[in-house]
Design a protein around this ligand. Structure first.
Ligand SMILES: Nc1ncnc2c1ncn2[C@@H]1O[C@H](COP(=O)(O)OP(=O)(O)OP(=O)(O)O)[C@@H](O)[C@H]1O
Ligand SMILES: [Mg+2]
Length: 425
């Protein structure tokens, strides 16, 4: 293993995201620099692939490519969604070893630290990690447990000083660098797992202050993000092809649990365990059309779950970006199989989730005690903030307030490095 000296001054910012992670570095008073993580790429998918053929571990785009190419092995995604859950300590077998999901998170963080060290020429010992406003909704104990688990993972991989900053506040600190005058801003960070909001007073004169708590007027957050949109779209458009809502003998629907789990990024890998497979096998009697059941079994036995979720996600992004209907490619399951995704589906299926997200933004502004006319701007960050139906819903709620699109994938990490600058030696 390469020997890299440690750096004890200056701080690393790590945005450990549900879907993507980014790392940034700032020296006191200096500009934050996003560090290249995969080639020149400044963010990488939060994905780990345990290759069973070569017994090697792959990360990021490389992990996804290995999985999608059909290499034998296990893919781990949406690891952050397990923080605060009892599943975190559950062991799973990879390459003949029993490891917990907590260990897998530490493996991923160790890789981020090592890649940062390679870019910097030395291994940083201080880190500011991002955290959503709520890791877990309405459960302060599990929420605190989630942060503790992430803290322990950071210590386990060699960081000596670990602190936390709210992700939307970090995004605000990054945005502040580009402001010419004092502004009241609603910062919206819509990621893969959570939607986070903060109303904050930003401005060039305020940047130098070490303690910014007086500038934070309110925060709010809800556990809804892009992976929930993928789940919903999968349930509505894809899972019926495997038997979801299918009426079997006596007009009874097939029990739906397997479809929910198969549509949920962080639960997919459990469906491949022998017990889950035999439970799915037993569902055959609940089907009138046994071909649908055969399809479900093929998906489980050939472990196509992540691949299908990936196709749903890609179709969601295409449909949103092009504002045009598209098809979800399911040819991996069966030659020629696909599911339509129309712009009206995107809007309609996601309406309830988006309404809850927008309500959370409204709650934040209300708690800040502001009228909409007092907001100077809404600043958008996080991959899901680009979702067209979300932007439309937000603009309807906050009519007349200017929306500014920021750095969707790097803003939080940059802001984390800024919040670490001045932490002291
Ligand atoms: N153009 C787009 N339109 C809609 N959604 C998008 C687009 N690009 C990416 N996404 C979605 O954004 C999400 C990832 O965003 P991001 O990388 O900001 O999340 P994250 O930081 O990993 O998650 P979190 O902050 O919730 O932990 C994914 O669900 C992805 O499908
Ligand atoms: Mg994020």
């Amino acid at each position: 293993m390469e020997k890299i000296p440690s750096i004890h001054t200056s701080t690393l910012g790590i945005d450990f995201g549900t879907s993507n992670s980014a790392v940034s570095w700032a020296q006191d008073g200096g500009l934050a620099r996003l560090l290249p993580l995969e080639g020149q790429e400044l963010s990488m998918p939060t994905a780990v692939f345990y290759n069973a053929e070569e017994r090697r571990t792959h990360f990021g785009r490389d992990a996804l490519a290995q999985y999608l190419a059909g290499t034998e092995g296990r893919l781990m995604r949406s690891l952050k969604s397990l923080l605060g859950s009892p599943l975190l300590l559950e062991k799973t077998e990879v390459n003949h070893q029993q490891i917990s999901y907590q260990d897998i998170i530490a493996t991923f963080l160790a890789e981020l630290r090592q890649r940062a060290a390679r870019a910097l020429g030395a291994a940083p010992t201080r880190v500011v990690m991002g955290r959503p406003v709520h890791f877990v909704d309405d459960d302060p104990e599990r929420d605190a447990l989630a942060q503790r688990s992430l803290h322990e993972a950071a210590l386990a991989v060699g960081f000596e000083q670990v602190s936390f900053q709210l992700e939307p506040m970090a995004a605000a600190l990054d945005h502040e660098r580009r402001l010419a005058r004092e502004s009241l801003v609603l910062v919206v960070d819509l990621g893969g797992g959570t939607s986070d909001f903060t109303v904050v007073r930003l401005g060039p004169q305020r940047m130098a202050q070490a303690d910014r708590s007086a500038d934070v007027l309110a925060t709010s957050g809800v556990h809804i993000g892009g992976t929930d949109f993928d789940q919903k779209l999968s349930l509505e458009q894809v899972m019926p092809l495997l038997g979801f809502r299918h009426q079997g003998p006596q007009q009874r629907e097939v029990p739906s649990r397997v479809f929910f789990d198969l549509a949920t990024w962080h639960l997919i890998q459990w469906q491949y365990q022998p017990r889950a497979i035999s439970q799915a096998q037993a569902l055959r009697v609940n089907y009138a059309d046994v071909q649908l059941h055969a399809r479900l079994m093929a998906v489980l036995e050939h472990r196509h779950g992540h691949h299908m979720a990936h196709e749903v996600e890609q179709a969601k992004i295409r449909c949103s970006q092009q504002d045009r209907s598209t098809a979800i490619d399911l040819s991996i399951v069966e030659a020629g199989l696909h599911a339509p995704l129309q712009t009206a589906d995107l809007q309609g299926h996601l309406a309830a989730l988006l309404a809850r997200t927008v309500a959370c933004a409204r709650d934040c502004v209300q708690r800040a005690g502001l009228r909409d006319g007092e907001l100077d701007a809404i600043y958008l960050t996080g991959g899901s903030s680009a979702l067209r139906p979300f932007q439309r819903a937000l603009q309807v709620e906050f009519a007349g307030v200017a929306m500014v699109e920021g750095d969707l994938f790097g803003g939080v990490a940059s802001g984390l490095a800024y919040s670490g600058a001045g932490m002291g030696p």
